[in-house]
Design a protein around this ligand. Structure first.
Ligand code: NAD
Length: 431
């Protein structure tokens, strides 16, 4: 049976490498569409959790996982020999930056090292990890062709960026359109056919390079616009205006304006990182991008600015940061999720501790913080306020917090997210 027929009949054996925020929801969608899916993962705990039907990430419903695992549609393994039995393999491993801000493709390379000896005719390999334009053509293709098989003829190869937005209940893996670009027209066709079985809309493009660039444009767009919103916050502060009121009013224009909001800085595995993949590639080709670095500088300065607001707020009460007890509300990088990767809260907490503050935090999604050498445990805000905390700093506007209570009880509040918008008061400083 041809790969095309197997995909159409949903008899293709689907493999997904990396069972994190991207790979797990994708595997669930493939399985819900009728495919038998194997998740390949290095972390034995994650493999055990999947095989026990446990949803360890917020975006996948426990009952769906259990149902798919019980019906044998979904399983996970650390045994990479299983690649040999897969008809398709989607690679969803991390793509971080090195300390030098160069792309770190070691996870992709280690996944390819495992796939290579098991690559076979008629197999479709799709890279989903965010990366610079050219990765699929220049790195993945030659690596897989070391097998002696030729892409587009013996096996098929494409790039399809993942656009999932963890915590978003409206747009999920199924209803976010999927961009697909293969290294040949046939590769694009087969990869599009595969994703069309489990997502509502597929948008094919002319090459894998275009598909790679699409994702980086999207995330650079966000980084630059958040950078602009942050600069507007600093500017408005300097001339005594409320940036939130200005943005809210500008957003009433029905065309030509998209609201972006300031905050304590960028977080997560995408927006702070992905634009640097693009600037690295541009520089390798002699092009010096300016917007990316400028936005990155402004966004990276926001934790310092929040600390400055805390210093000013405490100063009004004749207090210094040193010796003050400060309670942070929210440490995840955005509302409603538990992900702390690159979270600006970590930078703010570190800066406040360095200045001598005693730090506590509340986050219903993050029970413990170990990053930056900080063993801290989440504690209720009421406890902190009853213990006489000097300042509450809102860094993540989780829907679960009782902002009215904080407004009523807090001595001094610094709000970096406009979460206290309904509770004006002299003791509340907004970004
Ligand atoms: N998190 C997001 O919101 C998001 C959104 C869109 C795109 N992306 C991109 O998707 C990719 C994956 O991100 P994520 O957030 O899912 O990462 P993650 O850290 O949540 O998950 C990655 C998983 O891959 C596993 N892994 C690493 N190397 C492996 C290997 N060689 N074999 C098997 N498993 C391996 C890790 O153990 C981990 O469980 C990244 O390129 C990211 O930029 C992420």
């Amino acid at each position: 049976m041809s790969l095309q027929t197997k995909i159409q009949n949903r008899q293709a054996r689907v493999g997904v490498v990396g069972m994190g925020y991207v790979g797990l929801p994708l595997s669930v969608e493939f399985a819900r569409s009728g495919f038998t899916v194997t998740g390949f993962e290095l972390d034995q705990n994650r493999v055990n959790a999947i095989n026990a039907g446990e949803a360890y990430l917020g975006d996948v419903a426990e009952h769906t996982m259990r149902e798919l695992v019980l019906s044998r549609r979904l399983s996970a393994t650390t045994n990479f020999e299983e690649f040999a039995n897969m008809d398709t393999v989607s690679i969803c491993v991390p793509t971080p930056l090195r300390k030098t801000r160069d792309p770190d493709l070691t996870y992709i390379i280690s996944a390819l090292d495992e796939i290579l000896p098991r690559l076979h005719r008629d197999q479709l390999i799709v890279l989903e990890s965010t990366t610079y334009p050219g990765t699929t053509e220049e790195l993945v293709r030659p690596k897989l062709e070391e097998s002696g098989l030729v892409a587009g003829k013996d096996f098929f190869l494409a790039f399809s960026p993942e656009r999932v937005d963890p915590g978003n209940k409206t747009y999920t893996t199924r209803n976010i359109p999927k961009v697909v670009g293969g290294v040949t027209a046939r590769c694009t066709e087969l990869a599009s056919l595969l994703y069309a079985q489990c997502v509502e809309r597929v948008h094919p493009v002319s090459s894998s390079r275009v598909a790679e660039m699409v994702k980086l444009l999207e995330n650079t767009f966000r980084s630059v616009n958040i950078g602009l919103a942050n600069e507007m916050a600093l500017l408005c502060h300097s001339i005594g205006l409320d940036v939130w009121e200005v943005i809210e009013a500008a957003a009433t224009k029905p065309f030509g304006f998209l609201p972006f909001f300031p905050g304590p800085g960028l977080g997560g595995h995408c927006i702070p990182i992905d634009p640097h993949y693009l600037s690295w590639k541009a520089r390798m080709n002699g092009f010096e991008p300016r917007f990316i670095d400028l936005a990155s500088q402004i966004n990276a300065s926001m934790p310092d600015y929040v600390v400055q607001l805390v210093v000013e707020a405490l100063n009004r009460d004749a207090k210094s940061v040193r010796g003050s007890s400060i309670h942070v509300l929210g440490v995840a990088y955005k509302r409603g999720v538990s992900d702390c990767r690159e979270s600006p809260a970590l930078a703010v907490i570190k800066l406040l501790i360095e200045r001598g503050a005693t730090l506590t935090y509340s986050d219903p999604y993050v029970a413990e913080l170990r990053e930056e050498g900080l063993p801290l445990r989440s504690a209720p805000v009421r406890e902190a306020l009853q213990n006489g905390c000097d300042c509450v700093v809102v860094l993540t506007d989780h829907p679960d917090f009782d902002y009215a209570y904080v407004a009523q009880t807090g001595k001094t509040v610094v709000d970096a997210r406009n979460a206290m918008r309904d509770f004006p008061g002299e003791h509340i400083t907004r970004l």
